[in-house]
Design a protein around this ligand. Structure first.
Ligand code: AMP
Length: 526
């Protein structure tokens, strides 16, 4: 017997509708691609998103059509998300840091019909256009004055101008696809994760929880995590949902630019990858500055060195929430909420409601939650992928309905999960597993280290042994022995690397993570 409650499909237009109706004057502030700070609000974003919807409909874009974006975090990009999703089309976020050949594959695989691009990406668009025949039109996310020379499409302002915004909006079945994001897959072709209105809606409710991102209408949220990576951690939905002030940093993610925005916009909460927090910390140290309004930061997307977590907490009294997740999980998986600011949240945290996880050994048998035994980390939940886009024959789930994350982890009896490694990065030495992440964290705490990476290199007796690769801070010098001495006592004796290699720069991939594939190729890790 069905319940007798109202019919209220869980669709994403509702977040912006709510924001414009109940928090319409709340500001949305952007450091624009053109340069100046631009101020908008939810009422304006809502009106313009609907104008964009109308323009899309007039261009023949409709239900299920893929519309790609190639843009930094800006108000126009936010309008694009809602304008595309509001009519049942699919917002396909392209990561501009990917090599052009991969983008070409992704656009063709998704069969994107229209592309909305920041003007700074005009050269990349020019490269892609001839090779991506499905793209009928490019619209540049700018105004007439900043349209790139020789642009092969209109500017966004001109394109949406003169429209009332009156069009059919929302009113979709909640299972309708809303967003598409390809994982930068280190093996094989990139794979498309296709979010639905319902999955993102439920993910938003989880993200807002006190033990997740803990968002409130009194917050001013700086979203450094790019809208083109992993669904922007759900912030494009959760921030309007609570009516918080939204601060969007555009293309400038260096320490000085981030700090300036934080101070001028009274930012209380910000989210980004560890390299962003590292850059900001270096800037603050150098200039002897401290944030005055920032209360919490969320660090996720890659393991965060303990020294970095400590610095924010102990120096500035800022709460650091360490989060783990992945594109396939929309992306929130776990969050570590520190109980007090003297304890850095090194582990990746607990699952909020809506997500379940388990550990299995190589044979698929479950592994005890004792905080010591490593296992393959598997997850299930209302915002976890079951298949990749246009790979309908391949289920991602095991017999129990879990998705294998490809990460190796431990879970303690209290439910605290700690990532040991990516399964392919874990170092198998003499039948035991060594966590490259733990050695990296210990090594990067060395005062002269800027970045550290550990890879397994083949070894006749042990199978594999760890090699430590260090990028020193500018102007510093050190010997291999300095680092080996530093590690002694900080990690198990048999985990101490066999060698240390200094490099000019440790390569980072398109999502800001250390590119171990490139390191292995360069340094003989096989
Ligand atoms: P992506 O889908 O690009 O966001 O990548 C997801 C992967 O990033 C995860 O499977 C982990 O390997 C890694 N990752 C994300 N967050 C963390 C974290 N807090 N600590 C360690 N690894 C992380």
């Amino acid at each position: 017997m069905p319940g007798l409650m109202q019919d209220w499909p869980l669709t994403l237009d509702r977040f912006l509708e709510h924001a414009q109706r109940w928090h319409g004057a709340r500001e949305v502030v952007t450091r624009s691609i053109e340069g100046p700070i631009v101020r908008s609000d939810y009422a304006t974003i809502h009106r313009r998103a609907r104008q964009l919807s109308q323009a899309l409909l007039e261009a023949g874009i409709g239900y299920e059509d893929r519309v790609a974006t190639l843009g930094f975090n800006t108000a126009r990009h936010l309008e694009a998300w809602y304008g595309i999703m509001g009519i049942g089309a699919v917002c396909h976020t392209l990561n501009p840091r990917l090599p052009a050949a991969q983008l070409e594959y992704i656009v063709n695989h998704a069969a994107d019909r229209l592309l909305l691009a920041d003007p700074c990406f005009a050269p990349l668009v020019a490269q892609l256009r001839p090779r991506c025949p499905s793209v009928e039109r490019v619209v540049y996310l700018t105004d007439a004055a900043h349209l790139p020379a020789g642009a092969d499409g209109p500017d966004y302002e001109d394109w949406i101008a003169g429209r009332s915004g009156e069009c059919r909006w929302g009113d979709l079945p909640e299972e309708t696809a809303a967003g598409l994001c390809y994982t930068s897959g280190t093996t094989g072709d990139p794979k498309g994760v296709l979010y639905s209105h319902r999955s993102n809606y439920l993910h938003t409710l989880t993200a807002m929880l006190p033990d997740a991102l803990n968002l409130s209408s009194s917050d001013s949220v700086l979203a450094i995590v790019p809208m083109f990576h992993a669904n922007a951690w759900g912030l494009a939905f959760a921030v309007p949902a609570v009516g918080a002030k939204f601060v969007l940093p555009g293309a400038r993610l260096d320490g000085a630019s981030i700090f300036e925005l934080m101070e001028t916009e009274g930012v209380t909460l910000s989210a980004g990858v560890p390299t962003v927090w590292q850059g900001l910390l270096q800037y603050l140290d150098k200039e002897k500055l401290r944030p005055t309004t920032l209360k919490r930061i969320v660090s996720g997307g890659a393991a965060c060195p303990e020294a970095l977590l400590r610095a924010y907490q102990e120096k500035f009294g800022i709460e650091v929430r360490h989060a783990w997740g992945m594109t396939e999980m929309s992306p929130l998986g776990t969050v570590n909420v520190p109980r007090d600011l003297t304890m850095p949240p090194v582990a990746q945290g607990r699952v909020p409601f809506g997500i379940d996880m388990a550990l299995a050994d190589d044979e698929g048998r479950s592994v005890p939650h004792d905080g010591r035994t490593f296992g393959h980390l598997k997850v299930r939940g209302c915002a976890v992928a079951r298949r990749y886009f246009r790979r309908e024959q391949e289920s991602l789930l095991d017999a129990d309905g879990y998705f294998d994350t490809g990460d190796v982890a431990t879970i303690d009896p209290g439910g605290m999960m700690q990532i040991t490694d990516r399964a392919k990065d874990v170092i198998k030495s003499g039948g035991e597993w060594i966590s490259s992440i733990e050695i990296e964290n210990a090594a990067v705490a060395h005062p002269k280290a800027a970045l550290a990476a550990v890879i397994g290199v083949p070894h006749v007796k042990w199978g594999e042994r760890p090699l430590l690769i260090v990028q020193l801070k500018p102007g510093e010098s050190a010997t291999a022995q300095d680092f080996l001495d530093f590690l002694a006592g900080r990690i198990a004796r048999w985990w101490i690397p066999d060698a240390v290699q200094f490099v000019e720069a440790i390569p980072l991939g398109a999502t800001g993570k250390i590119d171990k594939k490139q390191l292995r190729a360069a340094l003989g890790g096989g």
